[in-house]
Design a protein around this ligand. Structure first.
Ligand code: SF4
Length: 169
């Protein structure tokens, strides 16, 4: 039996959490508390709805038009172990997986449980939201300090490789 994911919300047809038509999983709980956060109701680790990866994946499968999946929050990497089986299902189904995190790529790599989830991602949007660097013209990130990272190239290179494609920027 898979570990439960504590879910803040699900959106089955998002066009704002990455390119294409995406299924977004918002997890409950975030330790970062960035001033100006777009989703402060997701900070508390209590509350939320416990769901299995299988249940969420079945909901994704109902939409034949999906091109990608996004994990957002909250802080997805605080539930890395629970999200990893879902990430595996997403990738095996051929969908692109993007994950938002307040942690940096380098911080994630220092933790084996977080790294295990990261290995399934195509794209990581990393770093804390910084209100002073907020820029409403940015496509899929909130502040200029955040990075859109090509995860698979970065893991191969052992250092963060930015995804500079127009599709994501
Ligand atoms: S990491 Fe994201 S969800 Fe968490 S406080 Fe910062 S902006 Fe909000």
């Amino acid at each position: 039996m898979s570990e439960y994911i504590n879910v803040a919300g699900l959106i089955g047809d998002s066009i704002v959490d990455g390119p294409g038509l995406r299924f977004t999983v918002f997890v409950q709980g975030c330790p970062h508390h960035c001033p100006g956060c777009h989703n402060p109701e997701s900070w508390a680790f209590e509350g939320g709805t416990p769901m299995t990866p299988e249940d969420i994946f079945m909901r994704m499968k109902k939409n034949p038009l999906l091109t990608g999946v996004t994990f957002s929050g909250g802080e997805p990497f605080c539930q890395a172990a629970a999200l990893t089986p879902l990430a595996k299902m997403v990738r095996e189904n051929g969908w692109e997986l993007a994950i938002y995190s307040g942690y940096t790529f380098e911080q994630l790599l220092s933790d084996p449980v977080k790294t295990a989830l990261l290995r399934y991602a195509d794209t990581l949007i990393d770093s804390l939201f910084v209100l002073a660097q907020r820029d409403l013209t940015l496509k899929y990130k909130g502040s200029r300090n955040q990075r859109v990272i090509d995860v698979q190239s970065s893991l191969k290179a052992g250092t963060a490789v930015l995804n500079t494609t127009e599709r994501w920027n």
